[in-house]
Design a protein around this ligand. Sequence first.
Ligand SMILES: Cc1cc2nc3c(=O)[nH]c(=O)nc-3n(C[C@H](O)[C@H](O)[C@H](O)COP(=O)(O)OP(=O)(O)OC[C@H]3O[C@@H](n4cnc5c(N)ncnc54)[C@H](O)[C@@H]3O)c2cc1C
Length: 381
Amino acid sequence: MSQIYKSPKICIVGCGIMGLSSAYCLAKYYQGADITIYSKDVPPNTTSNAGYGIVFCRSYDSKMYSKKIGEWSSETSRYCSELLKNPDNASKMGINPVDGFLVMTKKEILEVEKDPDRESIVHSPSLRSSCTYFRECTPGEIQDKFLSKNAQFDILLDVPKADAQFNNLSFYIYGTFIIDTDLYLLWMQNEMKNMVERGQLRNFKVEQRHVDHLSDLCNKDFDLIVNCSGLGAGKLVGDPLVSAIRAQWFLIRAPEITNLYYAGRTCICPRPGRVSLGSVFQWDRYDTEIDPVVTKDNWDRAKSLFPEIQENQILGEYVRLRPGRRGGARLEFERMTGHGKSMPVIHNYGHAGTGIGQHWGCALNVLEISKAVLLNGKSKL
Ligand SMILES: Cc1cc2nc3c(=O)[nH]c(=O)nc-3n(C[C@H](O)[C@H](O)[C@H](O)COP(=O)(O)OP(=O)(O)OC[C@H]3O[C@@H](n4cnc5c(N)ncnc54)[C@H](O)[C@@H]3O)c2cc1C
């Protein structure tokens, strides 16, 4: 294919998983490209570093659900499976396979099934394809993972006792990946630096700086801007749909927890050297102090499945704001004007609580859009 922009000059705003994976995907395709990342925060201080790293997507909230989430997450899952063919390399990148357990009340499954706007992993082929496998648990698995621990399902799932009776519950097991984003974000940066050394990229640099207005970048000589500014996009491009989804969680030292658990609002996620516990999904809350009510709620729910965990295993408690966007993420082209110039922009932000799972599918989507802009002449997009 003849390239009109053989070695484009690309600016990415944001150095989280969306910014870095978009950069890496473009760098692999446009040999000789010049890539600059402008970012207020850089790894290890981005929201992407804080994320648990689970690729599996069980999204079914009507406000958030978009078929695209399933497609993008499935693409990431396929990418991780491919990388796992070289286990040493995958482990250096921070990509680890894991078996996960999901508990849902039958009532919840029925409610989702009846609602035309909602879909759950249980019935949606597109969401299921974000797992390497997905099936009901065997009686032995239920016994081993839940009943032998005397799990208190009403607390774990935060539902009335009647809904949490054993016969009213469904148990699933699935295969997915946990991406250790501390390693993965570093790996992508190093890989692009290595590409410069090997002569495959003309330039790659990360500049820590705040961008006040995206249109200010029009007066630079970039061929393309990719906006991966997460929660910052609300102000950066004046998008009123962007809002924080507050998370609060614990990290504990518990090497004996090797599986992933999802049950209602509870998520228990093993990462190398630590386990993430709890988390909440509080829309429009921007406060970042520890909320003691949430602390107790998270701890009680975790103890309802793992009564043996003790406070002296706690490594820390944290708050972070996920980049929410009502109606789902924005991944689209826009021609922006500023300083008397026009500039192609691809927006890739607002991935809420599933951005790590979606990242590679989104990066491929960014690449596709970029080809229409950069390779088909001055785009009609
Ligand atoms: C506790 C927790 C657990 C999570 N677990 C999971 C999980 O298991 N699986 C999953 O898929 N997702 C998970 N998520 C969600 C996931 O972390 C996010 O969806 C994802 O990190 C978003 O990536 P991003 O690159 O868009 O945003 P970010 O990582 O926030 O990166 C945005 C970047 O843009 C920069 N920026 C913003 N504004 C500007 C500006 N004006 N100028 C310059 N730079 C700017 C920021 O400094 C930052 O570097 C979790 C989130 C939290 C908080």
